[in-house]
Ligand binder design. Structure first.
Ligand code: N01
Length: 538
């Protein structure tokens, strides 16, 4: 099949891109491995899965959708988000352009006719001029290679590959391995049904209370009436949330009690409000960060009855936010239940899975069910699973053997017309807000090519080098590098053997948008264009 564009993935990014391609009058197909739309929200069906961006900013700024769609909860659950994506796709009539059950295995650029050939697992081939990846940052699950994995005779689940049928934990002895955002959401739900739940924790997290609740009609009306302001705030906010800055730093508040009052306000506001509405230098000033970290530890001590368990749950030794902080609902409270226990594996790695459970610290534990909540080969995992070859047959995997190198998180030198929607080194922020801007930018880029009769574009090696350095320099100005010791996936440090490379631009959503606009306004400076396959225009 030949189309103008192929989009790989039908989650938020893929659907948004399909809508844009339709507006541009281009033919397009999206290839999706799942059997329905949603991407992350298709695969992550574990109990308790929900966003930790507020629903009214975890969506697209299409006025007709904003008015027609009614969010049920402050933080929508997996099912609600997946339904939303389907609603958007149907309103714009793009579902018909999605091919489900199509896992892409290779993408080859043909130098002679400047076309991409995209092949899927079942041997189907799609040729196109524009090749978009919309793969998500967290789409390749990672299960540690525990010895004895196949010997365990009970049920095994991975949070991000959860079955469509409901899993019944009633009366069962369950293990959850991993206390990242997925584990933290799943644990309180599993605990309610299981006979006994044992949580295996390697690194404690700083868990903020989500303070989730249903929305009422008055609130929905207010939001619907104020979407222009919501988006204006989100686009100007460092992480793409409709929040203002806190307007103060650590040094502005000398009194410890007053600082705690401010933290308490953030805690009650819930989720990321604690990060962004307390002190503006939380990820820049160690003292500010220490104060926040100690406040959270105090909350854990107040919540968890057993002091030894509270101490094990208390993160120490790495800065707050240097590892992506999750939001939870009844997370710490769950450890007060009689049927829940916590096992610290920071010093005693899981030695092996056994026929009846697992062994750690020389002790055998027996389970009916083991749940892996062990995270993802983040950001580069999905793209590196596709055999991508650009000009002169150059392999992307080979080019990125020391870690990904991109310009703006969108393009890589030597890969003409391959556009990553939020690829490695794009902005770290509330993702729909970033997707929206990147898609607008890509639309402008395609219009620019059409206007000038260009056939293809790709970033120059100099632009890629400059961006990679900028991304790394910005990261180095924050407290985030210290997250490496706590296996932060921002750096790929959660994946054994993965080269360490800063995987995101941490200069904020607004900073990223300025960078994108600067490039586009200067006729896409940093990109080279080709009029015919053979002639490059610099
Ligand atoms: O994965 P994670 P996740 N032995 O990498 C542990 C997004 N998300 O799926 O911390 C024992 O955070 C590992 O231990 P450690 C969100 O961006 C969003 O939970 O590396 N344990 C850790 O505890 C999030 O950040 C939402 O020491 C091992 C856990 O497994 C991202 O997805 C919801 C181990 C993995 O935690 C990833 O979250 C869910 C081993 N060998 C996810 N290897 C919302 O928006 C790993 N672990 C709400």
């Amino acid at each position: 099949m030949d189309t103008d564009a192929v989009v790989v993935g039908a989650g938020f990014a893929g659907i948004r891109m399909l809508i844009e391609l339709q507006k541009l009058g281009l033919s397009a197909v999206a290839l999706e491995a799942g059997s329905d739309l949603g991407g992350t929200w298709y695969w992550n069906r574990y109990p308790g899965a929900r966003t930790d961006s507020e629903s009214w900013s975890y969506c697209f700024p299409f006025p007709e959708i904003e008015q027609a769609w009614n969010w049920v909860e402050r933080y929508p659950g997996q099912e609600e988000v997946q339904r939303y994506i389907g609603f958007v796709a149907d309103r714009f009539d793009v579902r018909r352009n999605v091919r489900f059950g199509q896992r892409v295995t290779s993408a080859r650029y043909d130098d002679t006719d400047a076309q991409w050939a995209i092949t899927t697992e079942d041997g189907s081939c799609f040729t196109c001029t524009y090749f978009f990846t919309a793969l998500g940052h967290l789409s390749v699950p990672q299960e540690p290679a525990f010895p004895g994995r196949d010997s365990f005779q009970g049920e095994v689940y991975q949070t991000s590959q959860w079955p469509k049928e409901k899993v019944d934990f009633t009366g069962k002895r369950v293990a959850v391995i991993g206390t990242g955002a997925s584990g933290i959401q799943a644990i309180p739900h599993i605990a309610q049904a299981a006979r006994h739940l044992t949580v295996f924790q390697r690194t404690p997290n700083y868990v903020m209370p989500a303070q989730n609740h249903d929305l009422d009609d008055d609130f929905r009306r207010t939001i619907k009436d104020s979407y222009p302001e919501v988006w204006s705030m989100a686009r100007n906010h460092v992480f793409g949330f409709p929040m203002g800055p806190a307007g103060r730093t650590y040094d502005d508040v000398a009194d410890g009690a007053e600082r705690d009052r401010i933290f308490e306000e953030g805690w009650q506001a819930g989720g990321f409000h604690f990060v962004f509405e307390t002190f503006d230098d939380l990820i820049l000033d160690q003292r500010s960060n220490d104060a926040a970290a100690e406040f959270i530890r105090k909350k854990i001590r107040e919540t968890v009855h057993d002091p030894a368990t509270a101490e094990l749950l208390s993160p120490r030794g790495y800065p707050y936010v240097s590892k992506r902080p999750p939001s939870g609902t009844n997370y710490y409270e769950t450890f007060n239940r009689d049927n829940v226990s916590l096992v610290d594996i920071s010093q005693n790695a899981i030695e092996t899975l056994t026929e009846n459970g697992l062994r750690t610290g020389g002790r055998d534990y027996e389970f009916d069910v083991i749940v892996f909540a062990t995270g993802f080969d983040a950001v580069t995992g999905a793209i590196s699973k596709i055999d991508i070859r650009g000009e002169h047959g150059v392999e992307l995997k080979e080019q990125w053997s020391g870690g990904p190198e991109t310009f703006l998180g969108i393009g890589s030198a030597g890969f003409p017309n391959m556009f990553m929607i939020c690829g490695p080194q794009s902005a770290y922020a509330n993702i729909p807000v970033i997707i929206e801007k990147v898609v607008e930018w890509l639309s402008r880029a395609i219009e620019h090519m059409r206007e000038h009769g260009y056939r293809s574009m790709q970033p120059t090696p100099q632009a890629v080098e400059g961006w990679t350095k900028l991304v790394s320099d910005i990261f180095g100005m924050t407290l985030l590098p210290a997250g490496e010791s706590a296996h932060s996936w921002y750096l790929g440090a959660n994946t054994p053997g993965k080269p360490r490379r800063v995987l995101f631009y941490f200069g904020g959503a607004a900073g990223y948008f300025q960078e994108l606009d600067k490039v586009a306004d200067a006729d896409f400076e940093g990109f080279e264009f080709s009029q015919t396959p053979a002639v490059a225009v610099r």
